[in-house]
Design a protein around this ligand. Structure first.
Ligand SMILES: NC(=O)c1ccc[n+]([C@@H]2O[C@H](COP(=O)([O-])OP(=O)(O)OC[C@H]3O[C@@H](n4cnc5c(N)ncnc54)[C@H](O)[C@@H]3O)[C@@H](O)[C@H]2O)c1
Length: 255
C-alpha cells in the first residue's frame, strides 16, 4: 500500500491573492513543497515580499514568478496565464485566494459596491478557473476556490460578500461535476475568522480579543491553518476528493 506525498514538484501552481494573508501563506507553502509558483495579486509590494520570503525560507526551491493581476479583469487574467505558459512547467494547481469584503448595511448597499464585490470574488473565480482549466488541458489538476464560513453563519452587513461566496461554492460544485472526467478536481475551502488584513479591516482589537476568547480552540485562525488545507487539496493526497466545501474554522461555527 502506498500513500501519496504532499509534494508538488514538477507542477506549476497559480496562487492569486498571494500578496497577503491566506494567499501569501499558500504561495509560501507551495514553493516549499517544490512547485513552480506563479503568484498573482493587485499588490506588487506584497508579491515582492512573498518572493523574498520564499527565497529566504526555501533557497533550494524554484524562484516564485510574480504577476500583477486583477482577477476581475479578463485581459489581466489572460496576461497571468501567459506567464504561466512561460514557466514551461505544466499547470496542475490553482488556489484562487484573491478576495475582498467591506461591511455595508443592506439598505445602503449600492449597485456599484455589489458589482465590485461580486466582480472580484465570483467573476474573478470564474475567470481564473476558466483560464486554469484551459491550461490544464487533458492531464488534469486541482482547483481550489475560497469561500467563507459566513455562508453558513451569516453576519449582518455582508449580504454582497456572502452572496458572492455562496456563488463560489456553487461554481466549484458545478465545475467538479463537469470536469471530473478530465481529471480536474474542484473544491472550496471555507475559512472561519482568520487573522489577516481583510479581517482586521472589519474587526477592532477588542472584537478580535473577544472572538479569540470565545473560540473553541482559544484563537482565531492563522493564514497557515488555511494554507495547509489548500496544500492538501492541491496535492495527490486528496486525489479522491472533489466537489466538496471544506470548513477550516477552529470549530467557530459551533460556538
Ligand atoms: N480572513 C478571514 O477571516 C477570511 C474568512 C473567510 C474567507 N476569507 C477569504 O479568504 C481569501 C483571502 O483573504 P485574506 O483574509 O487572506 O485577505 P487579505 O486581504 O489578507 O488578502 C487578499 C489579497 O487579495 C488581493 N486582491 C484583492 N482584490 C484583488 C483583485 N481584484 N485581483 C487580484 N488580487 C486581489 C489583495 O491585494 C490581497 O493581497 C478571500 O477570498 C477572503 O474572502 C477570509
Amino acid at each position: 500500500m502506498d500513500f501519496p506525498s504532499d509534494r508538488l514538484d514538477g507542477r506549476c501552481v497559480v496562487v492569486t491573492g498571494a500578496g497577503s494573508g491566506i494567499g501569501f501563506a499558500t504561495g509560501l507553502l507551495a514553493a516549499g513543497r517544490g512547485a513552480s509558483v506563479v503568484a498573482a495579486d493587485l499588490d506588487a509590494d506584497g508579491l515582492a515580499e512573498l518572493a523574498a520570503a520564499a527565497a529566504e525560507a526555501f533557497p533550494a526551491s524554484l524562484e516564485v514568478t510574480t504577476v500583477r493581476c486583477d482577477v476581475a479583469d479578463a485581459g489581466s487574467v489572460g496576461e497571468l496565464f501567459a506567464a504561466v505558459a512561460g514557466t514551461g512547467t505544466p499547470l496542475r494547481g490553482l488556489a484562487n485566494c484573491a478576495g475582498i469584503t467591506g461591511d455595508q448595511p443592506f439598505d445602503e448597499l449600492s449597485p456599484e459596491h455589489w458589482q465590485h464585490v461580486l466582480g472580484v470574488n465570483l467573476t474573478g473565480s470564474y475567470l481564473v478557473a476558466r483560464a486554469a482549466v484551459r491550461a490544464m488541458d487533458q492531464d488534469g489538476g486541482s482547483i481550489v476556490l475560497v469561500g467563507s464560513g459566513t455562508t453558513n453563519t451569516p453576519a449582518a452587513g455582508l449580504a454582497h460578500y456572502i452572496a458572492s461566496k455562496a456563488g463560489v461554492i456553487g461554481l466549484a460544485r458545478a465545475l467538479a461535476k463537469e470536469l471530473g472526467g478530465r481529471g480536474i478536481r474542484v473544491n472550496t475551502v471555507s475559512p472561519g475568522p482568520v487573522d489577516t488584513p481583510l479581517l482586521r479591516a472589519r474587526m477592532s482589537d477588542e472584537v478580535v480579543a473577544e472572538r479569540s476568547r470565545t473560540a473553541l480552540l482559544g484563537r482565531l485562525g492563522r493564514p497557515q491553518d488555511v494554507a495547509l488545507m489548500i496544500g492538501f487539496l492541491l496535492s495527490d493526497q486528496s486525489s479522491w476528493i472533489t466537489g466538496q466545501t471544506i470548513n477550516v474554522n477552529g470549530g467557530t461555527a459551533m460556538t
